[in-house]
Design a protein around this ligand. Sequence first.
Ligand SMILES: Nc1ncnc2c1ncn2[C@@H]1O[C@H](COP(=O)(O)OP(=O)(O)OP(=O)(O)O)[C@@H](O)[C@H]1O
Length: 284
Amino acid sequence: MELAVETRGLGKRYRRTWALRDCDLTVPAGRIVALVGPNGAGKTTLLHLAAGLLRPDSGEVRVFGHPPAAALPEIGFVAQDTPLYRDFTAAELITMGGKLNHRWDAAAARARLGRVPLDRPAGKLSGGQRAQVALALALAKRPRLLLLDEPIASLDPLARREFLRTLMGAVADDGTTVLLSSHLLTDLERTCDHLIVLQDARVRLAGPVDELLDAHRTVVGPRAGSDDIDGVAQVIRAHHSARQATLLVRRAGPIDPLWTEHEVGLEDLVLGHLGAAEVPACSG
Ligand SMILES: Nc1ncnc2c1ncn2[C@@H]1O[C@H](COP(=O)(O)OP(=O)(O)OP(=O)(O)O)[C@@H](O)[C@H]1O
């Protein structure tokens, strides 16, 4: 399996605060990877390290087997606040990109900006329109790895859907790997096939979305006996009422039929794992 991004013991520190610590993870090539976690978890830091904008204080990050600086022509990056030269129009930015990049698809960029005024200075576009211009420019470079820091937060629902469709199209057409951070879990569930959850500067959960969802269940059953359930490898999160227990579990096999099983969605999975850190350890 080709790896777009690989980190080993990766860490970044601001004075005494570790923004990212002991981070070991892999991003398979050709996937759309969701990077999620609470505010301050380290998502932007990880994206900046992968883009070569920050240097690690420990460990290393490789992009297609190379240090990020050596892979720069292969990397597209859209920062959180989608910075663009405010006085330039989208049309001018597309032309400029063509002069700065040898592999530049100006026609595709114009086509992707169907509803954005190409002749208006970027500083006079709405936040959502600027995000669309920034994505179109990043894709025009035809990067093998596209790093997007909260790209959809400012988009309206229709623009968000179009944006995510564009991403899926780029992956399908060019095999682009996309690593995008977002808090919008419902949108991610429809789009992403790989998940990385960061919390408190560390990787809390990572893997292919379908495998992670298949490995987890919500089970509901009697409160007594919730400590040791057949087929449950780990209780991630527990909620107890007077007589019943509702548990998010990682399963190891067929679950005791005394318990009612429910499949979990991405949101339950992520929030369950994140919440688990705040709640006293659940037995299991
Ligand atoms: N330039 C900086 N100087 C000092 N501390 C920083 C700096 N940048 C980030 N940090 C700290 O590093 C940690 C990780 O920040 P980061 O921006 O990577 O989080 P994030 O997951 O992207 O958060 P958000 O969802 O709010 O964008 C936080 O504790 C943050 O306060």
